[in-house]
Design a protein around this ligand. Structure first.
Ligand code: FES
Length: 166
């Protein structure tokens, strides 16, 4: 049997301690720096069952900064961002249309351009159904349709929310 002296023992113990510290530091660094699964705006956002998406109005999905609605039976996700200068475009319940409060652009429920300075209809996001839930991919922006596109025929059903405002 080979004995080690006190000095050798302390040297080996010290090296083992440094090695353990290095492993712990590497582990902690990896834990802090490893890529996190993408979620929220800028990535995929899980929402509701397709059955919960309305056909005659919209459902706002705040986490995706988007609206869900059904257009000719299909689920559509519209970006809240106005295609003019990027203001958030709210849906007006009384008119049944999107009305931008900044410069007055108006879009129908499908996001088609109706009037105002916006250069096109509202942008859309890619949607899919995963495990029974509509997932909005906010990294997949689909440019809005050019003016003149009429996906649905839904005239204003009542008074505007922005007329007379400002
Ligand atoms: S930002 Fe919407 S009309 Fe200008």
């Amino acid at each position: 049997m080979r004995w080690i002296d006190r000095r050798q023992f302390l040297s080996r113990a010290w090296k083992a301690g440094v090695g353990l510290l290095a492993v712990a530091a590497a582990w902690t660094s990896w834990d802090l720096l490893k890529p996190k699964p993408a979620a929220g705006y800028g990535a995929a956002v899980s929402t509701v069952s397709p059955d919960a998406v309305p056909e005659d109005t919209i459902l706002e999905i705040t986490a995706a900064r988007a609206y869900l609605t059904k257009v000719n039976g299909d689920v559509v996700a519209l970006s809240e961002k106005c295609t003019h200068l990027g203001c958030r475009v709210p849906f007006c319940d009384s008119s049944g249309q999107f009305e931008c409060p900044c410069h007055g652009s108006v879009f129908n429920r499908a996001g088609d351009f109706l009037s105002g300075p916006a250069p096109r209809g509202m942008d859309r996001y890619g949607v899919s159904v995963v495990e029974g839930v509509v997932v909005i991919d906010t990294s997949d922006v689909i440019m809005g349709a050019p003016p003149g596109t009429q996906t649905i025929d839904e005239p204003a059903r009542g008074p505007s929310c922005t007329e007379g405002a400002g």
